[in-house]
Design a protein around this ligand. Sequence first.
Ligand code: COA
Length: 173
Amino acid sequence: MEIKDIRISPTRKLADFKICARFMSGTKPWLTLGRDYRACLTTVSAPLREVYAAKENGKAVGFIILQMAGTFRGYIQTVCVAPNARGRGIGTLLVRFAEKRIFVESPNVFICVSSFNKDAQRLYRKLGYRKTGVLKEFIVRGHDELLLRKTQGPLADFTGSKRRLHGGNDKRR
Ligand SMILES: CC(C)(COP(=O)(O)OP(=O)(O)OC[C@H]1O[C@@H](n2cnc3c(N)ncnc32)[C@H](O)[C@@H]1OP(=O)(O)O)[C@@H](O)C(=O)NCCC(=O)NCCS
């Protein structure tokens, strides 16, 4: 199956949330961070999140969850691809999809990656993300979270399409 057969769309379905929580709770980094199925399901179904599913022939193969409010809006909270679908470009597709969505409203995309998650760090670096800070032992003792950012420039210079749509001078922070 080719990558062009993957469709990404928003979802609010509990069945999708459960699949996402299953993917997450069965794999690193969430295993190492002690996030079980219940905790992952709570995260996925929390309010003020945008959940997008990547589907192949109607079957979920990956998810990306965004937060579009607050100081660090444009935050990719979770990206997870089914274990048997990894390494085919689906993660890249999901991150690029998120960037397209976020850059309409903000010049910054943020993501946290665990200090031990070297494979994901390599992927984000390749996609243009740079380390902007270290959240020391943010989730569990012994492991840090690295805050990464991909930016189009300062907030003050940003002229996103949503801003233009509303005709304002909103330099929200
Ligand atoms: C990280 C993840 C989302 C990447 O999705 P993917 O579809 O496998 O990634 P792509 O095929 O688009 O890109 C492959 C790149 O991803 C990285 N990668 C991370 N984990 C990988 C895995 N298990 N298998 C293959 N590639 C992986 C590699 O850097 C690889 O680049 P390389 O070819 O130079 O080695 C996916 O592997 C995953 O769900 N991992 C477990 C959860 C996780 O770590 N999420 C990120 C939390 S911040």
